[in-house]
Write a protein that binds this ligand. Structure first.
Ligand code: UGA
Length: 428
């Protein structure tokens, strides 16, 4: 593929917009197509549809190479089109592929560009697409970027997976060549295996999180410290230190959806994926366990005010999908408590989802007069709070650290009753 031939991207959500911006950063011309006209208008004027560090600057820097459009026609001049549309779960837990199939139907034809699938799809989707559009070349190229560090993850990947079936090797080579400057290992494989690598990777990481959360729950019972346990485990190369942070469970648009999609995919094929049922159940229970830590110190929660620090499913994003805060706030209100909350960027998105929660514009305001606080998202700015001052402002200085983020010694010397997840309480 010549450098002058533009790359197409369909769907300008997290994956699509980051893909478009990063390929432009690598020197390619990119045509990004999005059906929501408002989004395209906003992008043309430099406004980002979501919070992602470094993305707005990258889009601005590469404005000359980036074209945003609602039309399909400009994609006709491209050689490769990356499909980056959403695949949300259906009621049955399967992935909803309607947006994927709509994009394929629009694009596939005799003279069509090769289709490169970045959306997370069930294993077998590539073969289904080839059956629907036999004339189009098809490559599976799953994305492994994380929200909040998406730009860095795209430009510094651990690996690039390129899956193609016989007949589509030329398109696969072109996709591999696009990523070659990034210097990462390229895994060239068939489409079904590429699709499985994506689902299995997310399911494995989610399993690691549920595993360490269960270890934390046992630590709570026996007086061990899960952060020490994770440190000791993580130094074993075979285990590795990452994704061993115990807390309120995983959220976001990917792990919950993909773990359930893999479980359902296995079930539909006649295999009961027992382990994943437990991973999901542990994660659901983890969001609720925190209540008992509050009642231990406050007794009944009826009439109490609880401050939530952070609402997004993780720091550096305003994404509230499957955020632990949603379950936690509803459970607290269900117990008769009122909830105040502060998040550095997710307030606007969160207000619609949590209309009865009183949103504040600073952590201090959320903590003022509260009976207890819960740290829900490990935003770096929560490490900078003046805790002795916060202890004085609160009605009772009780803090449950849902991400094991703060220093227990500093919090206790600031006057707090400090509880974490899987770490000994005071006096234990
Ligand atoms: C995840 C994967 O990490 C990416 O590789 C993948 O590309 C992406 O899904 C996707 O399929 O699109 P993301 O959902 O953005 O990325 O966020 P993560 O950083 O993986 O965090 C997911 C959740 O796990 C968060 O709620 C986080 O707080 C939680 N987590 C993470 C833990 O509770 N403990 C940990 O040790 C790590």
């Amino acid at each position: 593929m010549s450098e002058h031939e533009p790359i197409g991207v369909v769907g300008l959500g997290w994956v699509g917009l980051v893909t478009a911006a990063c390929f432009a950063e690598l020197g390619h011309r990119v045509v990004g197509r999005e059906i929501e006209a408002d989004k395209v208008e906003a992008l043309r004027s430099g406004e980002m549809p979501f919070h992602e560090p470094g993305l707005a600057e990258m889009v601005a820097r590469n404005a000359e190479r980036l074209e945003f459009t609602t039309e399909l026609e400009p994609l006709g001049s491209t050689r490769l089109v990356f499909i980056c549309v959403g695949t949300p779960p259906t009621h049955s837990g399967d992935a909803d592929l309607s947006a994927v199939f709509a994009a394929v139907e629009e694009l596939a034809g005799d003279d069509s560009p090769a289709l490169v699938m970045k959306s997370t799809v069930p294993v077998g989707t590539g073969r289904q697409i080839k059956a629907r559009a036999p004339g189009a070349e098809y490559v599976s190229c799953p994305e492994f970027l994380r929200e909040g560090s998406a730009v860095k993850d795209f430009l510094e990947p651990d690996r690039v997976v390129v899956g193609a079936d016989p007949g589509d090797e030329a398109a696969a080579e072109q996709v591999a060549a696009l990523y070659q400057p990034l210097g990462a290992p390229i895994v060239s494989t068939d489409t079904a295996s590429a699709e499985m690598i994506k689902l299995a990777s997310n399911a494995f990481l989610a399993t690691k999180i549920s595993f360490i959360n269960e270890i934390a729950n046992v630590c709570d019972e026996v007086g061990a410290d899960v952060t020490e346990v994770a440190r000791g485990m993580g130094l074993d190369d075979r285990i590795g230190p990452r994704f061993l942070q115990a807390g309120l469970g995983y959220g976001g648009s990917c792990f919950p959806k993909d773990v359930s999609a893999l479980k359902v995919l296995a079930g539909n094929s006649g295999y009961h994926f027992q382990l994943l049922s437990s991973v999901i159940e542990v994660n659901e229970l983890q969001k609720r366990r925190l209540l008992s830590k509050l009642t231990k110190h406050l007794g009944s929660l009826e009439g109490k005010r609880i401050a939530l620090l952070g609402l997004a499913f993780k720091p550096d994003t305003d994404d509230m999908r499957e955020a632990s805060s949603l379950v936690l706030a509803s459970r607290l209100e269900g117990e008769g408590a009122s909830v105040s909350a502060y998040d550095p960027v997710a307030e606007e998105v969160a207000s619609e989802l949590l209309p009865t929660v009183s949103m504040t514009s600073s952590a201090t305001e959320a903590l003022d007069g509260a009976d207890a606080a819960v740290l829900v998202t490990d935003w770096p700015e929560f490490g900078e709070i003046d805790w002795p001052d916060a202890a004085r402002r609160m009605r009772t200085p009780v803090l449950v650290d849902g991400r094991n983020f703060l220093d227990p010694v500093a919090l206790r010397s600031a006057g707090f009753t400090y509880e974490a997840i899987g770490r000994p309480s005071e006096g234990e």
